[in-house]
Design a protein around this ligand. Sequence first.
Ligand code: PGA
Length: 244
Amino acid sequence: MRDKLIVGNWKMNGDLATNARLLGRLSTDWHATQGRALAVCVPAPYLAQARAALDGSDVAWGAQDVSEHRAGAYTGDVSASMVAEFGARYAIVGHSERRQLHGETDAIVSAKARAALAAGLTPIGCVGETLAERERGETDAVVARQLDALIEALGRDIARIVVAYEPVWAIGTGRTASAAQAQPVHAMLRSRLVRAGAGDVAVLYGGSVKANNAAALFAMPDIDGALVGGASLDADEFLMIGRA
Ligand code: PGA
C-alpha cells in the first residue's frame, strides 16, 4: 500500500499571530504514524516562520508556487532554490487558481515542476477540470492532457513528483467530488503513471476535503491523500483529516 500524504494549502491566508497558533498546534499534536505524512504549503513570506515552528517536528512545509526561472529580472517571483533554502520539501505547481488567474499553461507548469525538482523540492502538480468541461464529458481528456504534459516534460523524473487531482468545481465550493466520482479519475491518472514507469507516485485528491469526507476518499484504492485548502486553516479540522 502507498503511504498517505495530507498537504495543507493555505492560499493567501494567514498572519504571524494566527500562523504561530496553527503551526504550534501542528508541531505538538501531529506525530508521524506509519504510512501517514502531513505538510503545509504556506505563503512565501511565512516560509521562515514555518521552518522555525516545524523544524524537528513530524510536519513538513512547502510553497504554493515557484518561478520556472532560476534567477534574474522577474520582479515579484520567487525561485525554487529560494524556497528550498528555507528547508521546504514541497512546492505546489499548476494549481487551478494559478492556471486561471495567472494564465499558467501546461508548458509553464511543467517548467515550474522541473525548476522545483532541480532545487531539490518535490513538486505537487495539480490537474483538474472545470465544471463546464465535466458537463461536456471532457474530464478524462483534460486531466490526461495536463498530466501528460508533465510526463513528457519530466521524463523519468515524473517518478519524483506528487500529483493532485483537484476538480475546479469542487475547490472552495463545499462541493466535494464523491469518492465514487474521484476514484475513476485517479485510476485513469494511475494507469498513465504506471505506463510512464511511475506507478508509485502519490495521487492526492483536492476540493472541499473536510474531516467528515476524508475517510471515504482515503478508502479508495487510488486516492493517496489530500490537498486541503480551507480546512487546513483550522488545526483541529486539519489534524482530523490527517488521522482520517
Ligand atoms: P479547498 O481547496 O479545500 O478549500 O476546496 C483545495 C485547494 O484548492 O487546494
